[in-house]
Design a protein around this ligand. Structure first.
Ligand SMILES: Cc1cc2nc3c(=O)[nH]c(=O)nc-3n(C[C@H](O)[C@H](O)[C@H](O)COP(=O)(O)OP(=O)(O)OC[C@H]3O[C@@H](n4cnc5c(N)ncnc54)[C@H](O)[C@@H]3O)c2cc1C
Ligand code: SF4
Length: 518
C-alpha cells in the first residue's frame, strides 16, 4: 500500500512527541531518516560533532521502532562510494521516487539551507510539504517578528521580560520574583586565587554497542576531521538526557549563577549544565528544563540568581537567537559590518598556539566538542574579532567543532554577538577586552609566556596589543557608539610612538609571527 504521509525527521529533531507526529497513523504513514555525509563535510565537522548526531539518530531510530512507527532509515557506510551522492537532498529524491507518498510532513527545520534543499526536492517531485510549528520552543518565529517589527536594534531584555510574563516563569503576580528581572551583576564572580576547588563530576554516558559502532565509523570515514573520540560520553538518548538534566539541577545549578562567567585552566565543565546538545537534538524540551530550574528555586534548592541566570539563557537567549536567525536569513550569513578580511589562524584546528588561554579552550574543544560560553565569547571569539577574521570563517569553525552546533543558534551567536558582523543588530557594542579581562576571570595567564598587562614588546599579550589596534582601526565607527566612547577616548592619550609600536606588533601577529606554538 502506498504511504499516506511520509514524516521526515532530521538529525536535530529527535522527539517522539514532535508536532509532525500529531496525526501519525502507523497503519498508513511512515517515518524517513537519513544519515548524509554532506552534513558532516559542508563544514569540516569535528569527530565529536559527527558522532553525537549519528549516535543520537541511531538511538532514536530504535525508539521509533519500539513505538511501532514504520521507519525508512538510510545508514551511512564506512567508506564513501565514488559517484554516489550523499546529500540529504539526493537521498530524499531517491526515496520519494521509491515510496511515492501522498504527502510529506515535517516539523519546521532549524537550518535555512536544509529547508531550501528539501523544499526543492519535494516540489520537484510534485508533492505537498506540510511544515508543522516546532513546539519545542516557547515562541514562534512569528512572535519574534511581531516583537521586532519597527525596532532598529533588537535587545534581549525586553523580549525576555515579555516571555517571563507570558509564560508565568519566575513571576509573583505580575512582578518578577525577587523584585528584579536581572541578576547579571551578581553573576560575574571568578574563583579567586585558590581556584574552584573540588567540582562535581560531569554526568557521563558510557558508549553502548550502537555508539561504539558509530565511533568506529567516524574514526574510519572521517579520520582526517578535527578532534578525537576517546572521551565521547555525551547523552544520546532521551533517558540519558533526563538523567543529565537531573544531575545538573542537583549538583551544579546552585552555583551556576555565581560562576557563570568564570574561567579556570584545565577545568572545562565548571558549573555549567552541558545540556545544549541534548536540547538542540530535541532530546529535552526547553519547557522541561526551565520548569526544572524554577522548581529547584521554589523548593529552596537553588538561589534566585542561579535559577534566573540559567532560565535567562534558555527562555531568553536561546529563543531570541532563533528569532534573529529566522527573521534575518538568508542575507545574515554574508554580513561583515567591520569589513574583517583576515584568515582564521590554522592552529584554531589543532590548538597548537603558545597562548595558554586559547590552547586550553581549543584543546578541550577538540577533545570534548565543548567549551562554555565565556570561552567561546571571550577567548576564541574575542581573539578572532580583535584579529579581524572574516566572520564567515569564524562561523565555519564554530559550526564545525561543537557538539551543540546547529546553525540557527550558532550563527547569531558567532556572527552577531561575538564578531559584531551584523553591525549592532544583536549586541549593543563589540565585546572587546584586553588580556587582563581573561586574567581577571581566572584565565591561565600565570602559566603563559605572555603578559596581559603589556601592550607592546616581545612579551605583550596578543589580546592586549590587538585590543588597542582594534580601537585605533575602528575609532571613527566606535566613537559614535555611546557605550564604547569612553574606551575609544583612551586612544587619544597614546603617543605616536606608542601607536606605531602597537600597529607593528599587531601586523606581526597577523602575519603569524606571534601566537603559533614553536
Ligand atoms: C561564538 C559562540 C558560538 C556559540 N555557538 C553555539 C551553538 O552552536 N549551539 C548552542 O547551543 N549554543 C551556542 N552558543 C551559546 C553558548 O555558548 C552555549 O549554548 C553553551 O556554552 C553550551 O554549554 P552549556 O549547555 O553548558 O550551557 P549553560 O551555560 O549551562 O547554559 C544553559 C543553556 O542555555 C542555552 N544558552 C546559553 N547561552 C546561550 C546563547 N548565547 N544562545 C543560545 N542559547 C544559549 C543553551 O541551550 C545552554 O545549554 C555559542 C556562543 C558563542 C559566543
Ligand atoms: S597572557 Fe594573554 S594570551 Fe596568555 S593566557 Fe593571558 S590572556 Fe591568554
Amino acid at each position: 500500500m502506498p504511504v499516506r504521509h511520509l514524516v521526515l525527521v532530521l538529525g536535530d529533531q529527535l522527539d517522539l512527541d514532535a508536532s509532525a507526529f500529531d496525526d501519525f497513523d502507523p497503519e498508513l504513514d511512515a517515518v524517513w531518516m537519513a544519515e548524509a555525509a554532506e552534513e558532516s563535510t559542508h563544514v569540516w565537522s569535528s569527530k565529536q560533532r559527527i558522532a553525537i548526531f549519528l549516535s543520537a539518530m541511531r538511538h532514536f531510530a530504535q525508539a521509533l521502532r519500539k513505538a511501532g512507527r514504520p521507519l525508512h532509515y538510510s545508514q551511512m557506510e564506512d567508506v564513501s562510494t565514488p559517484g554516489k551522492e550523499e546529500s540529504l537532498a539526493a537521498k530524499l529524491r531517491a526515496d520519494l521516487a521509491a515510496l511515492n507518498p501522498q504527502r510529506v510532513v515535517m516539523t519546521a527545520p532549524g537550518d535555512w539551507r536544509v529547508l531550501q534543499q528539501l523544499k526543492n526536492v519535494i516540489e520537484a517531485a510534485g508533492l505537498t510539504l506540510e511544515i508543522c510549528e516546532d513546539r519545542h520552543f516557547f515562541t514562534t518565529v512569528h512572535d519574534f517578528a511581531a516583537h521586532a517589527k519597527g525596532r532598529k536594534s533588537l535587545r534581549l531584555e525586553y523580549f525576555y521580560r515579555e516571555l517571563r510574563r507570558r509564560h508565568g516563569v519566575l513571576m509573583q503576580d505580575d512582578q518578577p520574583a525577587g523584585g528584579q528581572w536581572n541578576f547579571d551583576a551578581d553573576n560575574r564572580e571568578s574563583f579567586g586565587a585558590k581556584g574552584p576547588g573540588l567540582l562535581p563530576p560531569r554526568a557521563t554516558f558510557k558508549p553502548d554497542a550502537l555508539t561504539r559502532e558509530v565511533v568506529a565509523l567516524v574514526n574510519t570515514r572521517f579520520a582526517q576531521h578535527p578532534g578525537t573520540l576517546d572521551s565521547f560520553a555525551w547523552p544520546v538518548t532521551r533517558e540519558h538526557a533526563l538523567e543529565a538534566l537531573q544531575r545538573f539541577i542537583e549538583e551544579r545549578l546552585p552555583l551556576f549563577g555565581r560562576y557563570e562567567d568564570a574561567l579556570w585552566p584545565g577545568e572545562p565543565w565548571l558549573y555549567h549544565s552541558h545540556l545544549s546538545s541534548a536540547l538542540n537534538l530535541k532530546l529535552l524540551t526547553a519547557r522541561e528544563v526551565v520548569q526544572a530550574a524554577e522548581a529547584a528555586y521554589n523548593r529552596g534548592h537553588a538561589p534566585l540568581q542561579s535559577a534566573e541566570g540559567f532560565i535567562r539563557q534558555i527562555l531568553g537567549w536561546r529563543e531570541y537567537v532563533r528569532g534573529i536567525y529566522w527573521t534575518q536569513m538568508p542575507s545574515y550569513v554574508e554580513r561583515n559590518a567591520l569589513d574583517a578580511q583576515q584568515d582564521l589562524p590554522g592552529w584554531f584546528w589543532t590548538g597548537k598556539t603558545d597562548m595558554a588561554c586559547l590552547r586550553d579552550a581549543i584543546t578541550q574543544t577538540l577533545e570534548h566538542g565543548y567549551a562554555h560560553h565565556i570561552q567561546r565569547l571571550m577567548v576564541t571569539g574575542l581573539y578572532a574579532l580583535l584579529l579581524g577574521v572574516r566572520p564567515q570563517q569564524v562561523h565555519g569553525w564554530y559550526l564545525a567543532v561543537y557538539v551543540d552546533a546547529v546553525e540557527w543558534v550558532e550563527l547569531p551567536n558567532t556572527l552577531g554577538m561575538s564578531q559584531y558582523g551584523d553591525g549592532g543588530l544583536m549586541a549593543s557594542k563589540p565585546y572587546v577586552a584586553t588580556g587582563k579581562y581573561i586574567q581577571r576571570m581566572g584565565g591561565p595567564c600565570k602559566g603563559c609566556r605572555y603578559d596581559p598587562a603589556q601592550r607592546e614588546g616581545e612579551n605583550a599579550c596578543p589580546y592586549t596589543t590587538l585590543y588597542w589596534d582594534f580601537l585605533m582601526r575602528h575609532q571613527p565607527l566606535l566613537s559614535k557608539n555611546a557605550r564604547m566612547a569612553l574606551q575609544v577616548k583612551n586612544v587619544d592619550r597614546m603617543t605616536d610612538d606608542q601607536r606605531q609600536a602597537v600597529v607593528q606588533r599587531a601586523d606581526a601577529i597577523r602575519r603569524g609571527e606571534v601566537g603559533a606554538a614553536p
